[in-house]
Ligand binder design. Structure first.
Ligand code: NAP
Length: 250
């Protein structure tokens, strides 16, 4: 059920953090992996780690706020593997921290371009292959910020809530073509993105007290759910939201 041999997966923002853990987990399950992100040094580090673990993965530079850039990743993947079975929409950004009333147009534009339009465009451009094959899995990485607002992250919270609705709309429209679309909502996970929460002992100790399981998650804690949602084990599940947060939002 969890075997991904002969499947091809694209992971956006797969060069580090949660995306990298998902890429390595899907590679372990046998999938062909194409990882994309903006910075070549991050991609090369990711490639090195994959090779050290015995996996062959491909890396492609891409900024998901640019449709042409997404198209290049998809064209590369189709040329090399003929089809796309799995899309992990994971690359997200947050250039602004503070009260939402002080946020500016430029913050909204950047956040919505990457966190929402980037996810939609990736799904749309991959859909040709998935519809042709009458098979596909799209996993949109949102956040617990979609369920309960995280302080100082207003615009980001809104973008992550929009990911949940994007998932539901795509799930309903794509069901007839046997494409399942689901949301994965991580809790607080130790990555560069959340560094401000864990590289200061005082802040970290305060935060873990709010998490029933008593720790922040590791990127690998998210990878198992991504594998489940990418595999035949989840074939009758679409439009749903899966939270992985150690009980934080329970
Ligand atoms: P991370 O460690 O900072 O990794 C982000 C990845 O996205 C990197 O590979 C980065 O590589 C890439 N990226 C950023 N902007 C991009 C763009 N415009 N185009 C293409 N790639 C881009 O962050 P993370 O914590 O793993 O976050 C991954 C996902 O989990 C995000 O959707 C985030 O919202 C979500 N999440 C994280 C947490 C948490 O606590 N960490 C909690 C809830 C949800 P480059 O810099 O090379 O582009």
């Amino acid at each position: 059920m969890f075997n991904l041999e002969n499947k091809t997966a694209i992971i956006s923002g797969g060069s580090k953090g949660i995306g990298k853990a998902i890429a390595l987990k899907l590679a372990e399950a046998g999938a062909n992996i194409v990882v994309c992100s903006r910075k070549i040094e991050n991609l090369e580090n990711c490639h090195k780690e994959a090779v050290e673990n015995g996996y062959e993965i491909d890396i492609v530079e891409c900024n998901t706020s640019d449709k042409e850039s997404i198209k290049k990743v998809v064209d590369f993947t189709i040329e090399k593997f003929s089809k796309i079975d799995i899309l992990i929409n994971n690359a997200a950004t947050n250039p602004y921290y503070g009260p939402i009333l002080d946020s500016e147009d430029s913050h909204w534009d950047k956040i919505l371009d990457v966190n929402i339009k980037g996810y939609f465009n990736f799904a749309k451009i991959c859909s040709d292959s998935m519809i042709e094959n009458k098979s596909g899995k799209i996993i949109n990485v949102s956040s617990i910020a979609a369920k309960t607002p995280l302080e100082g992250l207003g615009v980001y919270n809104i973008s992550k809530a929009a990911v949940v609705m994007l998932t539901k709309v795509l799930a309903k429209e794509m069901a007839k073509d046997n494409i399942q679309v689901n949301t994965l909502a991580p809790g607080l996970i130790k990555t560069d993105f959340s560094k401000a929460l864990w590289d200061n002992d005082e802040i970290y100790n305060k935060i873990v007290k709010t998490i029933p399981q008593g720790r922040m998650g590791e990127p690998e804690d998210i990878a198992g759910m991504a594998l489940y949602l990418s595999s035949n084990a989840s074939d009758f599940i679409t439009g749903s939201l899966f939270t992985v947060d150690g009980g934080l939002t329970t």
